[in-house]
Design a protein around this ligand. Structure first.
Ligand code: UDP
Ligand code: MG
Length: 336
C-alpha cells in the first residue's frame, strides 16, 4: 500500500484501455440512500459537477454516472431519484424492496454497476466524505491501483462518543485478527477487477470493509478530514453501530471461540493455586464442612467445561469458514 501523493501527468497513467469506456474509464459513483429526501437535492448536483470535471480532464468517460441505491426508503427518496433521472440520465438508480442496511444497498449498487462500469466509487449521500477526493482516487486508479481507501485524518466533526467508540471498535477488531483499514468507512474506489473478485464472496453477513483488504489487490489510501452531514440526520445511532461492529468481528474471525479455550487453560493452571489455598484452609481448620470439596470441584469442572467449549468452538470455527464459501485465493497476475 502507498500513501497518497497523486500528482502525475495524464500521460504517466498505466491504464489506457478499458472494457466499457474507450480512452477513458466509465466511472460509476454508487450512493446508498435511506430516507435521504433532505440531502439528495444538495448532494446530487455536486456529484454531477464532479463527473463533468472528470470528463473534461479526460479522467472519466462521458458515460460515467451516479447509481443511487435506494435502501427501501419510506420518504420521497425514490420519487426524487426518478425526477432527477428524468432531468439527467446520468442519474441512475436501483430500489430495494425493503430496508436491508447500508452494506446490502452498497453491494446491490456495485453488482448492478459492474455490468457497465470500469471503476466504481462508493460514497455516502450526505457527503461527509469530500467528493473532490474522487479525483485523487481516480488518479491512483489510472496509475494502476485496484482499490483506493478513503481514510479520515480528522474526525473532530463527529461527537466525542462516536469518535472514541469507533476507535475502540477498530482496536478490538485488530486485536482479534480482523484486517481493516483504520478510520476507513465506505468511501472507496474499486476497479472492475476488484468488483469481479467481490462477486465471488457469496456470504450473507456482509462487512465490505473487511472483504476488500481480504481480496488483497494493489491498494492506496487518500486522507481527508470528515465534515458534518449536509442535511438530515444520521441513520446510524449507537445501537446500529454496535451491531455492525459485532457483525464485522463475527463475520471475519472465529478468534473469540479460540479465546474460550485459552481462558479454560489459564483457569486450569489457576486451579493449582486455588487447590493450595483450599487445602491450607482445610488443614488449618479455617473451613467449614463441605467447602473444600465444593471449591475444588467448581474450579476444576469450570475450567474443563471451558476447555471443552473451546474445542467445540474450533470445529464450529472450521464450519463457519467452510459455509462462507469464500474464494481461497485471488490470482493477481499471470504469465502463461
Ligand atoms: N444508509 C442506508 N441504509 C441504512 C442506513 C444508512 O443505505 O439502513 C445510507 C445512508 O443513506 C447514507 C449512508 O448509508 O448514505 C451512511 O449513513 P449515515 O450518514 O446516516 O451514517 P453516519 O455517517 O452517521 O455513520
Ligand atoms: Mg453520514
Amino acid at each position: 500500500m502507498t500513501s497518497d501523493n497523486p500528482t502525475p501527468a495524464a500521460k504517466d497513467f498505466r491504464r489506457t484501455e478499458f472494457v466499457h469506456g474507450g480512452d477513458a474509464p466509465v466511472l460509476a459513483i454508487v450512493i446508498p440512500c435511506y430516507n435521504e429526501e433532505a440531502v439528495l437535492p444538495i448532494s446530487v448536483p455536486v456529484l454531477l459537477q464532479l463527473l463533468d470535471r472528470l470528463r473534461e480532464s479526460g479522467m472519466a468517460s462521458p458515460q460515467s454516472y451516479l447509481l443511487m441505491s435506494n435502501d427501501g426508503s419510506r420518504d420521497r427518496t425514490w420519487e426524487i431519484i426518478e425526477e432527477m433521472h428524468r432531468a439527467d440520465n446520468r442519474v441512475k438508480g436501483i430500489s430495494l424492496a425493503h430496508n436491508r442496511g447500508q452494506q446490502n444497498a452498497l453491494l446491490a449498487g456495485l453488482m448492478a454497476a459492474r455490468e457497465t462500469c470500469d471503476v466504481a466509487v462508493t460514497i455516502d449521500v450526505d457527503l461527509q466524505d469530500p467528493p473532490e477526493k474522487i479525483v485523487d482516487m481516480m488518479q491512483l486508479y489510472l496509475e494502476g491501483k485496484d482499490i483506493v481507501y478513503g481514510v479520515r485524518s480528522d474526525r473532530s466533526s463527529d461527537t466525542w462518543f462516536k469518535r472514541n467508540s469507533a476507535h475502540c471498535f477498530y482496536r478490538v477488531q485488530k486485536s482479534l485478527g480482523l484486517e481493516t483499514i483504520y478510520d476507513h468507512s465506505e468511501f472507496r474506489l474499486m476497479s472492475l477487477r476488484a468488483l469481479d473478485l467481490l462477486s465471488e464472496y457469496p456470504e450473507k453477513n456482509l462487512f465490505l470493509r473487511g472483504i476488500f483488504p481480504h481480496i488483497g489487490l494493489d491498494s492506496a489510501i487518500v486522507t481527508y478530514p470528515r465534515t458534518e452531514r449536509l442535511a438530515g440526520e444520521t441513520k446510524y445511532p449507537f445501537t446500529k453501530m454496535l451491531a455492525f461492529s459485532i457483525d464485522g468481528i463475527t463475520s471475519f474471525t472465529a478468534q473469540p471461540m479460540r479465546l474460550i479455550f485459552f481462558v479454560g487453560c489459564v483457569l486450569l493452571l489457576a486451579d493449582i493455586f486455588v487447590a493450595i489455598w483450599v487445602l491450607v484452609s482445610y488443614f488449618s481448620g479455617h473451613s467449614i464442612w463441605g467447602w473444600s470439596s465444593l471449591m475444588l470441584s467448581i474450579w476444576f469442572l469450570g475450567s474443563l467445561i471451558l476447555i471443552a467449549l473451546g474445542i467445540i468452538g474450533e470445529y464450529v470455527g472450521k464450519i463457519f469458514n467452510e459455509v462462507k464459501n469464500r474464494p481461497r485465493y485471488a490470482i493477481k497476475d499471470k504469465l502463461i
